[in-house]
Ligand binder design. Structure first.
Ligand SMILES: [Zn+2]
Length: 384
Protein backbone atom coordinates (compact mmCIF):
# COMPACT_ATOMS: atom_id res chain seq x y z
CA UNK A 1 0.00 0.00 0.00
CA UNK A 2 2.00 2.95 -1.16
CA UNK A 3 1.11 6.59 -0.62
CA UNK A 4 -2.43 5.53 -0.15
CA UNK A 5 -3.83 8.13 2.07
CA UNK A 6 -2.83 11.05 4.13
CA UNK A 7 -4.16 13.94 5.98
CA UNK A 8 -1.12 14.23 8.15
CA UNK A 9 1.66 16.73 8.41
CA UNK A 10 3.98 14.56 6.31
CA UNK A 11 7.16 12.84 7.31
CA UNK A 12 8.74 13.54 10.64
CA UNK A 13 7.49 15.61 13.51
CA UNK A 14 8.37 18.88 11.89
CA UNK A 15 6.17 18.41 8.87
CA UNK A 16 8.90 18.30 6.28
CA UNK A 17 6.54 17.22 3.54
CA UNK A 18 7.61 17.20 -0.07
CA UNK A 19 5.74 20.03 -1.70
CA UNK A 20 3.78 19.31 -4.83
CA UNK A 21 4.68 16.49 -7.14
CA UNK A 22 3.33 17.68 -10.46
CA UNK A 23 5.45 18.60 -13.43
CA UNK A 24 9.20 18.37 -13.90
CA UNK A 25 11.48 19.98 -11.40
CA UNK A 26 14.69 19.18 -9.67
CA UNK A 27 14.53 17.64 -6.21
CA UNK A 28 14.04 20.18 -3.45
CA UNK A 29 16.32 20.03 -0.39
CA UNK A 30 13.26 18.88 1.58
CA UNK A 31 12.75 15.97 -0.86
CA UNK A 32 16.37 14.91 -0.48
CA UNK A 33 16.15 15.21 3.28
CA UNK A 34 13.00 13.11 3.34
CA UNK A 35 14.59 10.47 1.14
CA UNK A 36 17.73 10.36 3.28
CA UNK A 37 15.67 9.99 6.44
CA UNK A 38 13.74 7.12 4.88
CA UNK A 39 16.93 5.44 3.67
CA UNK A 40 18.47 5.53 7.16
CA UNK A 41 15.26 4.39 8.88
CA UNK A 42 14.80 1.58 6.38
CA UNK A 43 18.36 0.35 6.93
CA UNK A 44 17.76 0.05 10.66
CA UNK A 45 14.11 -1.04 10.80
CA UNK A 46 13.04 -2.82 12.91
CA UNK A 47 15.94 -3.93 15.10
CA UNK A 48 19.30 -3.46 13.41
CA UNK A 49 22.09 -1.55 15.19
CA UNK A 50 24.79 0.12 13.10
CA UNK A 51 27.46 2.76 13.53
CA UNK A 52 27.19 5.96 11.52
CA UNK A 53 30.17 4.85 9.41
CA UNK A 54 28.49 1.51 8.64
CA UNK A 55 25.26 3.32 7.76
CA UNK A 56 27.19 5.47 5.29
CA UNK A 57 28.77 2.40 3.71
CA UNK A 58 25.46 0.56 3.54
CA UNK A 59 23.36 3.40 2.15
CA UNK A 60 25.88 5.13 -0.09
CA UNK A 61 25.16 8.43 1.67
CA UNK A 62 28.11 10.59 2.72
CA UNK A 63 29.26 10.41 6.33
CA UNK A 64 28.25 14.05 6.77
CA UNK A 65 24.73 13.38 5.48
CA UNK A 66 24.36 10.33 7.71
CA UNK A 67 25.52 12.26 10.80
CA UNK A 68 23.11 15.02 9.97
CA UNK A 69 20.13 12.76 9.38
CA UNK A 70 20.88 10.60 12.43
CA UNK A 71 21.10 13.69 14.64
CA UNK A 72 17.75 14.84 13.30
CA UNK A 73 16.12 11.45 13.84
CA UNK A 74 17.48 11.24 17.40
CA UNK A 75 16.04 14.72 17.99
CA UNK A 76 12.71 13.49 16.71
CA UNK A 77 12.83 10.50 19.07
CA UNK A 78 12.88 8.00 16.21
CA UNK A 79 16.47 6.78 16.65
CA UNK A 80 18.44 6.15 19.80
CA UNK A 81 22.11 5.48 20.56
CA UNK A 82 22.95 2.23 22.31
CA UNK A 83 26.14 0.25 22.81
CA UNK A 84 29.42 0.30 20.95
CA UNK A 85 30.66 -1.53 17.93
CA UNK A 86 33.21 -4.17 18.95
CA UNK A 87 36.51 -3.39 17.33
CA UNK A 88 40.03 -4.73 17.52
CA UNK A 89 41.41 -1.39 16.44
CA UNK A 90 42.77 1.04 19.00
CA UNK A 91 40.84 4.21 19.71
CA UNK A 92 37.32 5.04 20.71
CA UNK A 93 34.80 2.43 19.55
CA UNK A 94 31.96 3.63 17.33
CA UNK A 95 28.54 4.23 18.91
CA UNK A 96 25.69 2.19 17.46
CA UNK A 97 22.31 3.67 16.55
CA UNK A 98 18.99 1.88 16.17
CA UNK A 99 15.27 2.49 15.92
CA UNK A 100 13.74 3.80 19.15
CA UNK A 101 10.98 1.19 18.93
CA UNK A 102 9.26 2.11 22.17
CA UNK A 103 9.81 5.86 21.80
CA UNK A 104 6.73 6.41 19.61
CA UNK A 105 3.41 4.70 19.14
CA UNK A 106 0.98 4.03 16.31
CA UNK A 107 -2.80 3.77 16.72
CA UNK A 108 -5.21 1.84 14.52
CA UNK A 109 -8.95 1.30 14.22
CA UNK A 110 -10.58 -1.69 12.54
CA UNK A 111 -14.14 -1.03 11.35
CA UNK A 112 -14.63 -4.34 9.58
CA UNK A 113 -16.38 -6.26 12.35
CA UNK A 114 -20.11 -6.15 13.00
CA UNK A 115 -21.09 -4.71 16.37
CA UNK A 116 -17.81 -3.14 17.44
CA UNK A 117 -14.87 -0.99 16.46
CA UNK A 118 -11.56 -2.45 17.53
CA UNK A 119 -8.75 -0.06 18.48
CA UNK A 120 -5.11 -0.86 19.14
CA UNK A 121 -1.93 0.96 20.08
CA UNK A 122 1.42 -0.51 19.04
CA UNK A 123 5.08 0.39 19.26
CA UNK A 124 7.03 1.05 16.07
CA UNK A 125 7.64 -2.68 15.55
CA UNK A 126 3.92 -3.45 15.57
CA UNK A 127 3.81 -4.97 19.06
CA UNK A 128 0.38 -4.28 20.54
CA UNK A 129 0.64 -2.31 23.79
CA UNK A 130 -3.03 -1.49 24.36
CA UNK A 131 -6.45 -2.41 22.97
CA UNK A 132 -9.84 -0.78 23.29
CA UNK A 133 -13.22 -1.62 21.81
CA UNK A 134 -16.32 0.44 21.27
CA UNK A 135 -19.66 -1.28 20.69
CA UNK A 136 -21.66 0.07 17.74
CA UNK A 137 -25.23 -0.53 16.65
CA UNK A 138 -26.20 -1.49 13.11
CA UNK A 139 -26.83 1.35 10.66
CA UNK A 140 -24.84 4.46 10.00
CA UNK A 141 -21.61 4.67 11.97
CA UNK A 142 -21.09 8.15 13.40
CA UNK A 143 -17.48 9.34 13.02
CA UNK A 144 -17.74 10.84 16.52
CA UNK A 145 -17.54 7.25 17.81
CA UNK A 146 -14.15 6.93 16.10
CA UNK A 147 -12.96 10.26 17.46
CA UNK A 148 -13.95 9.24 21.00
CA UNK A 149 -12.23 5.86 20.74
CA UNK A 150 -9.10 7.44 19.21
CA UNK A 151 -8.91 9.93 22.08
CA UNK A 152 -9.01 7.03 24.54
CA UNK A 153 -6.19 5.34 22.62
CA UNK A 154 -4.19 8.58 22.64
CA UNK A 155 -4.54 8.73 26.40
CA UNK A 156 -3.32 5.14 26.69
CA UNK A 157 -0.09 5.97 24.92
CA UNK A 158 2.61 7.37 27.19
CA UNK A 159 4.78 8.26 24.17
CA UNK A 160 4.12 10.50 21.13
CA UNK A 161 1.80 9.01 18.52
CA UNK A 162 3.15 8.88 14.99
CA UNK A 163 -0.24 8.49 13.36
CA UNK A 164 -3.59 6.75 13.17
CA UNK A 165 -4.37 4.02 10.65
CA UNK A 166 -7.97 3.06 9.86
CA UNK A 167 -9.08 -0.15 8.16
CA UNK A 168 -12.62 0.17 6.84
CA UNK A 169 -14.89 -1.91 4.64
CA UNK A 170 -15.76 -0.29 1.33
CA UNK A 171 -13.99 1.69 -1.34
CA UNK A 172 -11.28 4.10 -0.26
CA UNK A 173 -9.48 6.55 -2.53
CA UNK A 174 -5.86 7.61 -2.43
CA UNK A 175 -6.62 10.58 -0.17
CA UNK A 176 -8.34 8.58 2.57
CA UNK A 177 -11.86 9.41 1.45
CA UNK A 178 -14.32 6.53 1.83
CA UNK A 179 -16.22 6.61 -1.47
CA UNK A 180 -18.75 3.98 -0.46
CA UNK A 181 -19.12 1.73 2.57
CA UNK A 182 -22.73 0.47 2.55
CA UNK A 183 -22.29 -1.54 5.78
CA UNK A 184 -21.38 1.65 7.64
CA UNK A 185 -23.91 3.85 5.82
CA UNK A 186 -21.18 6.01 4.31
CA UNK A 187 -20.97 7.64 0.90
CA UNK A 188 -18.18 10.04 0.04
CA UNK A 189 -16.99 10.37 3.63
CA UNK A 190 -13.70 12.27 3.87
CA UNK A 191 -12.61 10.22 6.86
CA UNK A 192 -8.87 10.98 6.84
CA UNK A 193 -9.45 14.75 6.80
CA UNK A 194 -12.21 14.55 9.40
CA UNK A 195 -10.16 12.50 11.86
CA UNK A 196 -7.05 14.55 11.26
CA UNK A 197 -9.02 17.72 11.94
CA UNK A 198 -10.39 16.36 15.21
CA UNK A 199 -7.29 14.57 16.50
CA UNK A 200 -4.38 16.50 15.02
CA UNK A 201 -2.42 13.37 14.12
CA UNK A 202 -1.51 12.00 10.68
CA UNK A 203 -4.24 9.67 9.44
CA UNK A 204 -4.17 6.94 6.79
CA UNK A 205 -7.33 5.12 5.72
CA UNK A 206 -7.33 1.80 3.87
CA UNK A 207 -9.79 -0.80 2.73
CA UNK A 208 -9.92 -3.60 5.33
CA UNK A 209 -8.85 -6.46 3.04
CA UNK A 210 -6.01 -4.31 1.67
CA UNK A 211 -4.91 -3.55 5.22
CA UNK A 212 -5.16 -7.21 6.22
CA UNK A 213 -2.94 -8.44 3.38
CA UNK A 214 -0.39 -5.75 4.17
CA UNK A 215 -0.49 -6.67 7.88
CA UNK A 216 0.20 -10.32 7.04
CA UNK A 217 3.05 -9.24 4.83
CA UNK A 218 4.69 -6.90 7.35
CA UNK A 219 4.10 -8.62 10.66
CA UNK A 220 3.49 -12.31 9.92
CA UNK A 221 6.17 -13.32 7.45
CA UNK A 222 4.04 -12.92 4.33
CA UNK A 223 5.72 -12.67 0.93
CA UNK A 224 5.77 -9.66 -1.38
CA UNK A 225 3.26 -11.32 -3.74
CA UNK A 226 0.14 -12.34 -1.87
CA UNK A 227 -3.63 -12.61 -2.08
CA UNK A 228 -5.74 -12.50 1.07
CA UNK A 229 -9.39 -13.49 0.74
CA UNK A 230 -11.58 -12.39 3.63
CA UNK A 231 -14.70 -14.49 4.22
CA UNK A 232 -17.03 -12.44 6.39
CA UNK A 233 -20.50 -10.93 5.89
CA UNK A 234 -19.31 -10.55 2.33
CA UNK A 235 -16.26 -11.81 0.47
CA UNK A 236 -13.42 -9.51 -0.50
CA UNK A 237 -9.74 -9.76 -1.28
CA UNK A 238 -6.55 -7.79 -0.85
CA UNK A 239 -3.87 -8.23 -3.49
CA UNK A 240 -0.21 -7.42 -2.95
CA UNK A 241 2.10 -7.45 -5.96
CA UNK A 242 5.79 -6.62 -5.59
CA UNK A 243 4.91 -5.18 -2.18
CA UNK A 244 2.34 -2.78 -3.56
CA UNK A 245 -1.34 -3.04 -2.83
CA UNK A 246 -3.25 -3.32 -6.07
CA UNK A 247 -6.08 -0.77 -5.90
CA UNK A 248 -7.23 -0.68 -9.49
CA UNK A 249 -8.58 2.15 -11.62
CA UNK A 250 -11.60 2.81 -9.40
CA UNK A 251 -10.11 1.60 -6.09
CA UNK A 252 -12.24 -1.54 -6.20
CA UNK A 253 -9.58 -4.18 -6.95
CA UNK A 254 -10.28 -7.24 -4.84
CA UNK A 255 -14.05 -6.73 -4.75
CA UNK A 256 -14.72 -10.29 -5.89
CA UNK A 257 -17.87 -10.91 -3.85
CA UNK A 258 -20.30 -9.92 -6.59
CA UNK A 259 -18.65 -11.76 -9.45
CA UNK A 260 -21.00 -14.45 -10.79
CA UNK A 261 -19.55 -17.94 -10.38
CA UNK A 262 -22.77 -19.90 -10.89
CA UNK A 263 -25.33 -18.49 -13.31
CA UNK A 264 -28.01 -20.73 -11.87
CA UNK A 265 -27.05 -19.96 -8.29
CA UNK A 266 -29.08 -18.19 -5.61
CA UNK A 267 -30.40 -14.65 -6.16
CA UNK A 268 -28.06 -12.00 -4.77
CA UNK A 269 -28.84 -8.65 -3.13
CA UNK A 270 -27.07 -6.99 -6.06
CA UNK A 271 -29.70 -8.28 -8.50
CA UNK A 272 -27.58 -10.96 -10.16
CA UNK A 273 -27.59 -14.70 -9.51
CA UNK A 274 -24.84 -16.90 -8.13
CA UNK A 275 -22.36 -14.24 -7.01
CA UNK A 276 -19.43 -15.65 -5.04
CA UNK A 277 -20.94 -14.16 -1.86
CA UNK A 278 -24.20 -16.08 -2.26
CA UNK A 279 -22.20 -19.31 -2.12
CA UNK A 280 -19.43 -18.79 0.43
CA UNK A 281 -20.08 -15.72 2.62
CA UNK A 282 -19.90 -16.60 6.33
CA UNK A 283 -23.64 -16.16 7.09
CA UNK A 284 -24.52 -18.37 4.09
CA UNK A 285 -22.24 -21.18 5.24
CA UNK A 286 -23.33 -20.84 8.87
CA UNK A 287 -26.99 -21.12 7.86
CA UNK A 288 -26.38 -24.17 5.68
CA UNK A 289 -24.41 -25.91 8.43
CA UNK A 290 -27.09 -25.09 11.03
CA UNK A 291 -29.72 -26.66 8.75
CA UNK A 292 -27.66 -29.79 8.01
CA UNK A 293 -24.98 -30.19 10.70
CA UNK A 294 -24.21 -33.73 9.52
CA UNK A 295 -23.15 -32.28 6.15
CA UNK A 296 -20.71 -29.76 7.63
CA UNK A 297 -17.58 -31.26 6.04
CA UNK A 298 -19.21 -31.48 2.60
CA UNK A 299 -20.50 -27.91 2.82
CA UNK A 300 -17.04 -26.58 3.69
CA UNK A 301 -15.35 -28.71 1.04
CA UNK A 302 -17.76 -27.42 -1.60
CA UNK A 303 -17.18 -23.84 -0.48
CA UNK A 304 -13.43 -24.40 -0.76
CA UNK A 305 -13.86 -25.84 -4.25
CA UNK A 306 -15.97 -22.87 -5.37
CA UNK A 307 -13.34 -20.45 -4.09
CA UNK A 308 -10.52 -22.52 -5.58
CA UNK A 309 -12.11 -22.49 -9.02
CA UNK A 310 -12.69 -18.72 -8.75
CA UNK A 311 -9.09 -18.05 -7.73
CA UNK A 312 -7.34 -20.33 -10.22
CA UNK A 313 -7.25 -17.79 -13.01
CA UNK A 314 -6.00 -14.81 -10.96
CA UNK A 315 -3.38 -17.08 -9.37
CA UNK A 316 -2.10 -18.10 -12.80
CA UNK A 317 -2.40 -14.57 -14.10
CA UNK A 318 -0.25 -13.11 -11.33
CA UNK A 319 1.96 -16.10 -10.39
CA UNK A 320 1.04 -15.50 -6.75
CA UNK A 321 1.93 -18.53 -4.62
CA UNK A 322 0.99 -17.21 -1.19
CA UNK A 323 -2.76 -17.35 -0.64
CA UNK A 324 -4.21 -16.41 2.75
CA UNK A 325 -7.84 -17.00 3.70
CA UNK A 326 -9.22 -15.13 6.70
CA UNK A 327 -12.57 -15.71 8.34
CA UNK A 328 -14.30 -17.34 11.31
CA UNK A 329 -12.16 -20.24 12.54
CA UNK A 330 -15.11 -22.65 12.58
CA UNK A 331 -15.46 -22.13 8.82
CA UNK A 332 -11.95 -21.37 7.61
CA UNK A 333 -10.18 -24.47 8.88
CA UNK A 334 -8.29 -27.43 7.47
CA UNK A 335 -11.24 -28.77 5.47
CA UNK A 336 -11.93 -25.59 3.52
CA UNK A 337 -8.28 -24.64 3.12
CA UNK A 338 -7.33 -28.05 1.75
CA UNK A 339 -10.22 -27.92 -0.69
CA UNK A 340 -9.09 -24.50 -1.93
CA UNK A 341 -5.47 -25.61 -2.22
CA UNK A 342 -6.23 -28.88 -3.99
CA UNK A 343 -8.69 -27.26 -6.38
CA UNK A 344 -6.28 -24.52 -7.40
CA UNK A 345 -3.31 -26.82 -7.75
CA UNK A 346 -5.32 -29.36 -9.76
CA UNK A 347 -6.13 -26.58 -12.19
CA UNK A 348 -3.02 -24.44 -12.19
CA UNK A 349 0.00 -26.58 -11.26
CA UNK A 350 2.14 -27.59 -14.21
CA UNK A 351 5.74 -27.87 -15.31
CA UNK A 352 5.76 -24.07 -15.46
CA UNK A 353 3.71 -23.09 -12.44
CA UNK A 354 4.64 -24.17 -8.92
CA UNK A 355 2.14 -25.24 -6.32
CA UNK A 356 0.22 -22.58 -4.43
CA UNK A 357 0.34 -22.49 -0.63
CA UNK A 358 -3.04 -21.82 0.99
CA UNK A 359 -3.12 -21.02 4.71
CA UNK A 360 -5.20 -19.17 7.30
CA UNK A 361 -4.49 -15.56 8.29
CA UNK A 362 -1.59 -15.76 10.71
CA UNK A 363 -2.59 -12.59 12.54
CA UNK A 364 -6.18 -13.75 12.98
CA UNK A 365 -8.57 -10.96 13.90
CA UNK A 366 -5.75 -8.46 14.33
CA UNK A 367 -4.73 -8.60 10.64
CA UNK A 368 -6.62 -5.51 9.46
CA UNK A 369 -5.70 -3.37 12.49
CA UNK A 370 -2.02 -4.32 12.27
CA UNK A 371 -2.13 -3.68 8.54
CA UNK A 372 -3.42 -0.20 9.27
CA UNK A 373 -0.45 0.26 11.61
CA UNK A 374 1.88 -0.89 8.83
CA UNK A 375 0.30 1.68 6.48
CA UNK A 376 1.11 4.47 8.96
CA UNK A 377 4.70 3.24 9.30
CA UNK A 378 5.11 3.11 5.53
CA UNK A 379 3.55 6.49 5.01
CA UNK A 380 5.16 8.38 7.85
CA UNK A 381 8.59 6.75 8.01
CA UNK A 382 9.03 5.05 4.64
CA UNK A 383 9.79 1.74 6.34
CA UNK A 384 7.98 -1.51 5.40
ZN1 LIG B 1 -24.09 -10.06 -6.06
Amino acid sequence: MDRRTTAGPGPGRRGRAARGTGGLRSALPSDIRRRNRQTVLKSLYPDRWLSRADLAKLTGLSKVSVSDVVADLIDDGLLVEGGYKSSSRPGKPAVLVGINVKGSAVMALDLSEAGLVRGIVTDLAGHVTATEEEPISPGTLQPTVLVKLSRRLLELSPVPVLGLGVATPGTVDRGGRVLAAPNLGWTDMDLAALLHGQLGVAVTVSNDADAAVFGERCFAGGTDNMILVAIARGVGAGVLIADHIVRGSDYVAGEIGHVVVDQDGPACVCGKRGCLETLIAAPVLEKRIAERPENRDDILTQAGEVLGVALSMPVALTNIKDLTISGPSDLVGTIMLEAVENTINDRVHSRFINRVDVHPARLGRQAAALGAVACVLRHELGVL
